[in-house]
Design a protein around this ligand. Structure first.
Ligand SMILES: Cc1ncc(COP(=O)(O)O)c(C=O)c1O
Length: 414
């Protein structure tokens, strides 16, 4: 069973007057950067600051009277919970929402505000999977209906209303639509609608490089659990995609791309500092994908779904750090300093360029009386300053080792 364009139209009718249409804004910055005609679908401007109310409302609004009386439950790291809270407050259905302890405070507070007296929030478990297990147990015990974040045809049809709206907002169907992919609900909905209603539109699914679970599913011929993921792009860092979402993706064959987390951070900063848009990491995933070559004809009209804006301000320090590393402007080294007066001064004089800045200096351990390794972070003004820095290091008498971003040691600096 897959979702049809008709299912999405029915979802649009249900949502009418309840979940507002989000604006479609042209992005002069991304258009200039890419040579494409880029339009941002601003799901960050929804009441719940993401597209998630669409799928949640479409599901809750279809429950029978008995199901409504038994209530619903879900697990979420934040955005889906806001969608469910909104849907339940609007329909008067009780929800038990399970959040892992890692859920940012900003999201917890928004869930409570949106849900009011209809929503009971339980914060428990170290990971999303723990919270999901608790939600499943609650459903079995009480008969509450689970509201899946992506693996349900009603959720998928609701998310597909994003694409239905786009076709009413542009004079011609776009040449391409770029959407972020976590469990694949949004992608499956957009595909199901556009393949019927605008078959010539290219659809691109963008996954985080550190959690490319849809690419893995396509490789293996079915959903598989990724052993390790980078959880930074929290909305879209999913270990295993859904069965229904995978079926839609396999059937409609979108173009899939992976986007490095650092590039998402670069785009988040441009959105913030140039465009004045607060995007959360998953929200910036599709715009960041445009910075890679997607094989689109120059001048193509491209709609890019900016899917969410629930960012906690405390995350920007890590965003800046990851962006600098991605752009080759920040590097970390292990330097063996001889334990003698003047060693540090010599390092500064001989190795550091005039515009290079030390951002971190920490002795790791004083292993013996002769040398002590230190972790040194250096920020460059320009990427071109890197080669001369490395050359000066190789000429210095000190033993210096570059800490690669892929090295396990790197976790200590981020
Ligand atoms: C802002 C945002 N973008 C994208 C996604 C990925 O969504 P999906 O699971 O529908 O692929 C999520 C999921 O929570 C999200 O919150």
């Amino acid at each position: 069973m897959t979702v049809t364009a008709q299912d999405v139209d029915e979802a649009s009718a249900r949502l009418d007057g309840i979940v507002g249409a989000s604006p479609l804004h042209r992005s002069p910055r991304l258009s200039d950067l890419t040579g494409l005609d880029i339009w941002l679908k601003r799901e960050d401007l929804q009441d719940v600051r993401s597209y998630k109310a669409r799928g949640a409302y479409n599901l809750v609004a279809q429950l029978s009277a008995a199901e409504r009386a038994a209530g619903v439950t879900c697990a979420s790291a934040g955005n889906h919970a806001q969608g469910v809270a909104f849907a339940c407050a609007t329909t008067g259905v009780h929800a038990r929402i399970h959040l892992p302890r890692t859920t940012p405070r900003q999201k917890r507070e928004r869930i409570a505000t949106l849900g009011g007296s209809f929503v009971e929030v339980v914060v428990d478990g170290d990971t999303y999977d723990d919270a999901a297990a608790l939600s499943r147990a609650y459903a079995l015990e009480t008969g509450a209906t689970p509201v899946p974040a992506f693996d349900d045809l009603r959720t998928i049809a609701g998310q597909g209303t994003v694409a239905a709206e786009v076709l009413t907002q542009l004079p011609e169907p776009p040449d391409a639509v770029v959407v972020p992919v976590g469990g694949g609900g949004l992608l499956a909905g957009v595909l199901s609608y556009l393949r019927e209603r605008s078959p010539d539109t290219t659809i691109v699914g963008a996954e985080p490089a550190g959690a490319a679970s849809m690419a893995a599913a396509l490789d293996h011929g079915g959903p598989v659990e990724l052993p390790e993921i980078d959880g930074f792009i929290d909305g879209a860092a999913v270990r295993r995609v859904g069965t229904a979402t995978y079926d839609a993706v396999r059937l409609h064959e979108p173009r899939m791309v992976v986007v490095p987390e650092g590039l998402v951070c670069v785009e988040m900063l441009d959105l913030y500092q140039t465009d004045g848009i607060i995007a959360e990491p998953a929200g910036a995933l599709a715009p960041a994908a445009l910075r890679q070559d997607l094989g689109l004809r120059p001048g193509s009209t491209v709609v890019c779904v900016l899917s969410g804006g629930n960012n906690d301000v405390s995350r920007y320090a890590e965003v800046v750090e990851r962006a600098l590393v991605h752009e080759g402007l920040k590097h970390y080294f292990l330097v063996d300093f001889p334990q003698e007066p003047g060693a540090l001064r010599r390092f500064l004089d001989d190795v550091l360029g005039p515009d290079d800045d030390i951002t971190l200096f920490e002795y790791v351990k004083r292993s013996n009386r002769e040398t002590g390794p230190a972790l040194v972070g250096i920020e460059l003004q320009r990427r071109d300053d890197y080669a001369p820095l490395m050359q000066r290091m190789s000429h210095s008498r000190l033993h210096v080792e570059l800490v690669e971003p892929t090295s396990p040691l790197f976790r200590f600096v981020q």
